[in-house]
Design a protein around this ligand. Structure first.
Ligand code: FMN
Length: 335
């Protein structure tokens, strides 16, 4: 059975969910357009919202778009529609990241993703100290499986691996501190004054680690301005990396979908997360993030997991800005 064309209400629900995804510096580098027959959605990246100094290849931008894509799939699931995704379908249109067909109902048994819709509104980056309590093995197992289902590998690192990745992140953070252009770019995404529709409000930032074990990104500059407090973080942070076999735009889109699936699933278990991306932003530290004992694979993302406060919400662009309805007569259709 074929589903009816998407209504305005459904399109807005899909776009709102997609827009709630995490993105590098909360840049929200995406745009959505319904397909001509209103049976699907086109997902575009928006290079004008990129972070070009830290992310010259658009890798972090496409990871962000991948996260929006996963939220869109999750919202489709909520609407009882099966989402069939084609990544980077049309090379002559480099900004077209994916086409999603939504014309089929969910099959019996619920389709190929779990129902994570309710977690979308509760997932935030938590840059606060976490408790000295490990994420249970059973939950880690679920997260690994979720990343695997999205065509990527999630590795939750043992103590040695976690310390190695944190040391490389510290090294990368120091390099960023010495790089005027990167500092200026990061600071340009800070939003000290409300209201804003993108970027990071000061309330969403956390303290520095008193013991300098967890190298949080210095969004307010080096030394931090305004001054940032220091608190004791967890003694041994739980660090996970997402890896892919290849290192091409579709691998980045897959990484973003895996990141968001893992993050939403973690949220349903009360597990918090934040991204530590500094070491992935320098070719040399990124290369050294790879664990030679683990075989080939490109590290795309570093996540810190744990139990702690949920994180402060960040603003989003209005749905009218990300959902392009030009050419559609939707206002005359019943919502
Ligand atoms: C590719 C990517 C890289 C990111 N890098 C960092 C980072 O290095 N440090 C950090 O604190 N947050 C990082 N974030 C998290 C974003 O800042 C965050 O998702 C955004 O501000 C929106 O906030 P939210 O996650 O609470 O919705 C990253 C997110 C993505 C998708």
């Amino acid at each position: 059975m074929t589903e009816s064309p998407l209504t305005l209400t459904e399109l807005r629900l899909l776009a709102t969910a997609a827009g709630a995804a995490p993105s590098v510096h909360n840049s929200q580098p995406w745009r959505l357009r319904p397909t001509t027959n209103l049976h699907g959605m086109l997902v575009y990246s928006t290079p004008e919202r990129a972070v070009p100094v830290a992310d010259p290849d658009g890798r972090a931008m496409l990871i962000s778009v991948g996260a929006a894509l996963f939220n869109l799939r999750t919202a489709a699931h909520h609407l009882g529609r099966q989402a069939t995704v084609r990544l980077s379908p049309d090379p002559p249109q480099p900004d077209l990241a994916a086409i999603i067909d939504l014309s089929e109902p969910l099959p019996d048994g619920g389709g190929n993703i779990p129902d994570l819709y309710a977690a979308i509104a509760h997932r935030h980056s938590s840059r606060q100290p976490f408790a000295n309590r490990d994420v249970p093995e059973a939950v880690i197992g679920e997260l690994i499986e979720a990343a695997d289902d999205e065509g990527t590998t999630l590795e939750v690192l043992e103590e040695d691996g976690a310390r190695r990745v944190l040391a490389l992140t510290t090294e990368a953070e120091q390099r960023i501190a010495e790089d005027v252009a990167r500092q200026a770019e990061t600071r340009s995404w800070l939003r000290p004054e409300e209201p804003a529709t993108d970027g990071i409000p000061l309330e969403a930032l956390g303290p520095l680690d008193l013991d300098a074990r967890v190298p949080m990104r210095g969004f307010t500059g080096h030394p931090p301005r305004p001054a940032v407090s220091a608190e004791r973080f967890e003694a041994l942070p739980q660090v996970a990396v997402i890896k892919t076999h290849g290192d091409h735009p579709n691998d980045w889109l897959r990484t973003g979908q895996a990141m968001e699936r893992v993050w939403l699933l973690a949220t349903t278990h009360g597990v918090r997360a934040n991204i530590l991306h500094q070491a992935v932003e320098w070719q040399e530290t990124r290369w050294r993030l790879r664990d030679p004992a683990e075989g080939p694979g490109h590290v795309q993302l570093v996540m810190r997991l744990g139990f702690g406060p949920p994180g402060h919400p960040t603003p989003r662009r209005p749905v009218e800005e990300i959902l392009d309805l030009s050419g559609h007569q939707l206002d005359q259709r019943s919502a």
